[in-house]
Design a protein. Structure first.
Length: 105
């Protein structure tokens, strides 16, 4: 029994040591200077990503209306409208052209 716990602890520590460096990179991302988007990124955003965002906003709105009775009974209708309607709409309409990060909202 003690042997299994010892092996499990060793595996857990190895996993933590392997994952920890990538977490620090993700946290340090906000300190890097952001480059301006290129023309190609802006065209890609305008031609492909924005129409998909409009469709996602419309589909999310439909699912919000369908789920409204259940989310109202559960007391989480604010969270549902945020996740299904407001976030896709903000990503589609409030984000600068060519900027694909969620931080810019």
């Amino acid at each position: 029994m003690f042997r299994i716990a010892k092996k499990s602890l060793a595996i857990l520590m190895i996993a933590v040591l392997l994952i920890a460096p990538s977490a620090s990179i993700a946290l340090a991302e906000e300190y890097f200077e952001k480059e301006d988007p290129s023309g190609g990124e802006m065209i890609y955003d305008f031609i492909l990503v924005r129409p998909i965002g409009i469709v996602a906003t419309a589909v999310g709105s439909v699912f919000y209306v369908i789920s409204l009775p259940f989310s109202a009974l559960g007391g989480n209708s604010d969270e549902a409208v945020q996740a299904l309607v407001k976030e896709p709409a903000a990503y589609t309409f409030k984000r600068p052209l060519g900027d694909f990060s969620k931080r810019s909202q």
